[in-house]
Design a protein around this ligand. Structure first.
Ligand code: AMP
Length: 408
């Protein structure tokens, strides 16, 4: 069965066509710079690359281009769209309603629309992707995979903010957590690598990419996570501040910063970029730090220190930690940062094999020392495979809507 996976954001749409259940990627690609004059489609299939420069106005337009390209005679990989048995979408916010992936129907669409209030930058383009497929191939079932769903098991004690309770009741202000598809995927891979059942393992998963979040996974279920009501909370990120004393914002408000300026400050001008004043990219920062750039060094030190603090806090939450997982662009590749984060943690059972760590980039590898009580892994995340899997599981009983003859 062919499963199309869509990750639609406001300025890009990424897509993957899988052959399931063997999870073979038949084609992958993206439409970047949506809404600009120089939008570009990049389409990778059978060791070939096809690119097309064109103006793409919005996500719906981008989806049209993707669907057309999939069935083109020269670069397409299927004859007609009804050969697709299911389409899986990454949807950022499922509020308190969705505890797992679901088949999309009108009620689901209404809920995704409702939660756009909580994720105004993400849910609308996610929904535009769903609508575009619905319009073009209305009979193909679609599945929504929510970034928040894996964290729906977080108990009240961890999701409640110490604000007046009415704000939770009235505005649903609570911890939701994000990157759930990734945390779930790597936690399950860690269990598999340890030869354990997925519900038989306590893991601290560190998703460190452009956005960063840490999750405490107890017996296979998320019990706490560093991102909160929005993806701004938690550890510092490329340009996001992470945890702050909220009074800093009041103080800056008194100094004349308005809400929009504060939003930009915390989301776009802080984190690694804000401290270093040089870059949000760890590759550049490591180079600069080696050349003696003091604020690049400080940015790295603050980043590693705050992650170490979360790992310690989640070790306390879990009681017993079986594994720590590093994933995301930084977690998979930044050898030096992994060793800095895990330094001096022998007391809580974490010790790296520095030689193996040094050699490990973006491959599934155990990087802990033989006598480390806690196993430490690098596990490349694969959110698209997890979405393809959910879509297959939820729609896989159905044969594709149309048989080959519809293709003429
Ligand atoms: P992601 O959002 O998961 O694609 O991660 C992107 C971030 O990963 C980049 O901004 C870099 O900071 C970091 N990154 C990617 N490749 C490397 C690398 N080889 N070494 C260190 N950091 C890297």
């Amino acid at each position: 069965m062919k499963v199309l996976v869509i990750n639609a954001g406001s300025s890009s749409v990424k897509y993957y066509l899988y052959d399931m259940p063997q999870a073979e990627v038949l084609v992958r690609g993206s439409v970047e710079r949506i809404g600009e004059k120089n939008s570009e489609l990049a389409h990778f299939f059978a060791d070939k690359t096809y690119t097309q420069q064109t103006q793409v106005k919005d996500v719906e337009d981008a989806m049209e281009l993707v669907l057309e390209t999939l069935v083109r005679e020269d670069v397409g990989v299927i004859k007609c769209l009804s050969q697709i048995g299911g389409v899986g979408h990454r949807v950022v916010h499922g509020g308190e309603e969705f505890t797992g992936s679901v088949v999309v129907d009108e009620a689901v669409i209404t809920s995704i629309e409702k939660f756009a209030d909580l994720a105004p930058l993400h849910n609308p383009p996610n929904l535009a992707g769903i609508r575009a497929v619905q319009r073009r191939v209305p009979d193909v079932p679609q599945v929504a995979c929510f970034d928040t769903a894996f964290h729906s098991t977080i108990p009240e004690v961890a999701y409640m903010y110490a604000l007046p309770y009415e704000l939770y009741e009235k505005y649903h202000i609570r911890r939701y957590g994000f990157h759930g598809v990734s945390h779930r995927y790597v936690a399950r891979r860690a269990a598999a690598l340890m030869g354990r059942e997925k519900y038989d393992i306590n893991v601290i998963t560190c998703h460190l990419g452009n956005g960063c979040s840490i999750t405490a996974v107890k017996k296979g279920r998320s019990v706490d996570t560093s991102m909160g009501f929005t993806p701004l909370e938690g550890v510092p990120m490329g340009t996001r501040s992470g945890d702050l004393d909220p009074a800093i914002l009041f103080y800056l408000g008194d100094k004349g910063y308005d809400v929009n300026k504060l939003k930009t400050l915390c989301n776009k001008q802080s984190g690694l970029f804000g401290i270093s004043g040089a870059s949000n990219d760890v590759r550049n920062l490591v180079e600069l730090a080696e050349e003696g750039h003091e604020r690049a060094r400080l940015a790295i030190d603050v980043f590693c220190y705050r992650i170490k603090k979360y790992i310690g806090a989640y070790a306390a939450v879990l009681g017993v930690v079986d594994a720590v997982v590093f994933t995301g662009g930084i977690g998979e590749n930044a050898v030096y940062l992994r060793s800095q984060i895990c330094s001096d943690m022998t007391q809580i059972g974490i010790e790296l094999d520095l030689a193996i760590n040094k050699e490990t980039r973006a491959t599934e590898t155990e990087i802990s020392a033989d006598d480390s009580r806690v196993a430490v892994f690098v596990i490349p995340t694969n959110e698209q495979a997890a979405i393809a899997n959910d879509t297959y599981e939820l729609t896989g009983q159905n044969e594709p809507i149309a048989s080959e003859q519809c293709c003429g």
